[in-house]
Design a protein around this ligand. Structure first.
Ligand code: NAP
Length: 272
């Protein structure tokens, strides 16, 4: 099974499309002739991208600026898409943020905002958009997790747990949706140079111990791997051989051995 064919009344809704992996995925979908609907908070960036994609690929592009931490704003997305005369048949839950540091130095509001973006929004949009996909027996979902999903992360505890949630959730809803003609793929990238780490508070000079150079993949390679994974109806996609090996090793290593080692090198544990 491959991605559903483009149609003028159907759209690919991509969250976190204003930068990084989401922007690249939206670009790849547009290059294949899909109409795309771009979601993030920064409307100006979405509008610039929309103009660029429409001009370059001759596709329909809409902008729905939304703060995904806001449950009411998320809930309104279905109606806003319907008002445009569109149905979502490809849903890319990509928007995400991370905090950095120990729980005892955390800002509770930032921790909750991360869970709302990384977990609640994924669940909410899947609940909103899958009924239509099931009714039409047509749809594909790509949820963006991370190799952070394969082990708990001292120094980034909430982020690791969020991505473990997205991975587990993706496996389960894939089985629920398969008989209804809807596919679910979970994309688990290792490190990608998008500015995501800097936004989280990582100092680029400090990350080498945690994320050595051989694990890094380009944003285009990650987006491409995600689309190929949807095309091939893969359950999980981990871009890059080194990331596949290290995710498997992390999954299999006993927690009592792995976590103290991780804690030693994680920048979020400095001064802990
Ligand atoms: N970069 C990496 O190393 C890496 C590795 C593994 C997994 N990932 C995952 O990949 C996904 C994309 O990350 P990226 O690297 O492309 O980072 P990025 O360039 O920082 O992009 C994050 C996107 O999420 C959007 N976003 C953040 N908070 C939002 C909110 N409250 N409401 C709506 N949109 C929001 C941002 O747009 P606005 O700021 O305009 O809202 C932006 O478009 C995330 O889920 C991340 O966890 C990244």
């Amino acid at each position: 099974m491959s991605l559903p064919a483009p149609r003028s009344d159907r759209t690919c809704l991509v969250t976190g499309a204003s930068s990084g992996i989401g922007e690249a995925i939206a670009g790849l979908l547009a290059s294949r002739g899909f109409g795309v609907t771009l979601v993030a908070r920064t409307e100006s960036k979405l509008r610039t991208l929309a103009d660029e994609l429409a001009a370059r690929h001759g596709v329909r592009v809409e902008v729905l600026a939304t703060d995904l931490t806001d449950a009411a704003a998320r809930g309104a997305l279905l109606g806003r898409v319907e008002d445009l005369g569109l149905e979502v048949n490809v849903l890319v839950n990509n928007a995400g943020v991370s905090t950095l540091g120990t729980v005892f130095r955390s800002d509770a509001d930032q921790e909750i905002a991360m869970l709302r973006t990384d977990v609640e929004a994924v669940v909410h949009l899947c609940s909103l958009f899958t009924p239509g996909m099931v009714e039409r027996r047509n749809g594909s979902i790509l949820n963006v997790a991370s190799t952070a999903a394969f082990q708990p992360i001292p120094g980034q505890a909430g982020y690791g747990a969020s991505k473990a949630f997205v991975l587990s959730y993706g496996h389960a809803i894939r089985v629920e949706l398969r008989p209804h003609g809807v596919t679910v793929t979970t994309l688990c990238p290792g490190p990608v140079d998008t500015g995501f780490g800097e936004t989280a508070g990582f100092d680029p000079d400090e990350v080498d111990g945690l994320m050595p150079q051989f694990l890094w993949e380009s944003v285009d390679a990650v987006a491409q791997a995600g689309l190929e994974g949807m095309d091939a109806n893969r359950a999980v996609v981990i871009p890059g051989l080194a990331n596949r090996v290290s995710a498997r090793a992390a999954w299999l290593t006993p927690r009592r051995v792995l976590l103290p080692m991780l804690a030693k090198v994680h920048p979020g544990m400095r001064g802990a």
